[in-house]
Design a protein around this ligand. Structure first.
Ligand SMILES: Cc1ncc(COP(=O)(O)O)c(C=O)c1O
Length: 369
């Protein structure tokens, strides 16, 4: 194949779909035959499997990862006047849940090398109003949970894991999802475990949160048409649930393939203009996104496009500088590492179905940049 014949997207969901199509459709038929479209037994089945997979006692299926974060904040009792620490370098939804509770996200910079929340910068942001820390296992790589947990214990704060990008990742040999009060997952189609539709989940080892969210996501109702409090409609659908149950069986194999590709990027890309995320010993990443930085990002983007490689960009604006949070008064320079990343990062193609030949081509192109 010559280089002009390549057209490598940052993500191609169609390839995965081809490999599981028959199985997924059989289960879709089952849901339709049983008309179990919202909540119900197929959601419960997935919840059981997912809790088991995450090594937690409980899992809850909801309508998307943003709702998962919102429900988690509600379950913690986060309310107006409270503050929650959130990394500046994350997808904005980590902060949404805090804002939906009329509380204030307080943004903390990432480290210069792991690009994840810098635990050494958290304490200076803690005030009497701080109630919780939402750590993010960004790009699939667990953050330094013990360092953040120590701060939580010292200041009596809740810990929430935003594991939206890290299904199956390990921290010190244990799956993410059970380290904080709750962990929130996104099953957005492009995630390592992505539904056919929108979906999200929460894992926890605390029965109190589990029971509360079971009701809260279902109009605040345990017994039909009896509403204990003002609730939400944040249920997972049956079709989404079975697509996830099918895919969960393959998740480890797909994650292992991502690890294989990442290893090749890490060892075979030998270009000093390209920097990669530092991986501490404690983190076993599932490489949801393979983000790199380079001084002339737009230049590299253009070069890759010319070579038929289509990278992603995660994320062009850090949370503290988003227009939505302008009222909080952050300035450029407040989180310099997150700002550097926003201006210098791009995301290489990463999905389990990339062929060895495609990976070789991407590496070759980057080595000749
Ligand atoms: C880190 C992070 N948090 C939260 C979310 C929100 O999930 P969803 O898109 O399912 O609402 C996402 C995914 O988009 C994410 O990447």
């Amino acid at each position: 194949m010559t280089e002009t014949t390549y057209k490598i997207p940052f993500l191609d969901l169609k390839r995965q779909y081809q490999s599981i199509k028959t199985e997924v459709f059989a289960r879709f038929e089952e849901v339709c035959e049983n008309t179990a479209f919202s909540g119900g037994k197929y959601v419960e089945e997935f919840e059981k499997h997912f809790a088991n997979y995450c090594q937690t006692q409980f899992a809850l299926g909801v309508d998307n990862g943003t709702s998962a974060l919102h429900l988690a904040m509600l379950a913690l009792g986060i309310e107006q006047g409270d503050e929650v620490i959130v990394p500046a370098n994350t997808f904005i939804a980590t902060a949404w849940g805090v804002s939906y509770c009329n509380a204030t996200p307080v943004f903390v910079d990432c480290t210069a090398d792991t690009w994840e929340i810098d635990a050494s910068k958290i304490e200076e942001k803690i005030t009497p109003k701080t109630k919780a820390i939402a750590g993010v296992h960004l790009y699939g790589q667990p953050f330094d949970i013990d360092a953040v947990k120590t701060i939580c214990e010292k200041h009596n704060l809740f810990l929430i894991e935003d594991a939206a990008q890290a299904h199956g990742a390990y921290y010190k040999g244990k799956r993410v999802g059970g380290f904080g009060e709750m962990a929130c997952f996104s099953f957005y189609p492009g995630k390592n475990l992505g539904a056919y539709g929108e979906a999200g989940g929460i894992t926890t080892n605390n029965e109190k949160y589990y029971k509360y969210i079971q009701s809260l996501r279902n109009h605040g109702s345990v017994v039909r048409y009896y509403h204990d409090e003002i609730g939400y409609n944040m249920r997972m659908g049956g079709l989404e649930a079975v697509s996830l149950s099918v895919k969960l069986k393959y998740l480890d194999a797909w994650n292992n393939r991502r690890k294989e590709i990442a290893k090749r990027y890490q060892t075979e890309i030998k270009n000093s203009a390209i920097r990669m995320q530092h991986q501490p010993e404690f983190a076993d990443s599932v490489y949801h996104l393979f983000v790199v930085t380079t001084e002339k990002r737009d230049d590299l983007m253009k070069y890759l496009h010319e070579k038929g490689i289509f990278p992603g960009l995660h994320y062009p604006v850090p949370c503290h500088l988003q227009k939505a949070y302008a009222h909080l008064g952050y300035q450029k320079g407040d989180c310099p590492n997150a700002e550097y990343l926003a201006e210098h990062c791009l995301t290489l193609p990463m999905f389990a179905e990339l062929t060895d030949e495609e990976v070789s081509y991407i590496i070759e192109v980057l080595n000749t940049y």
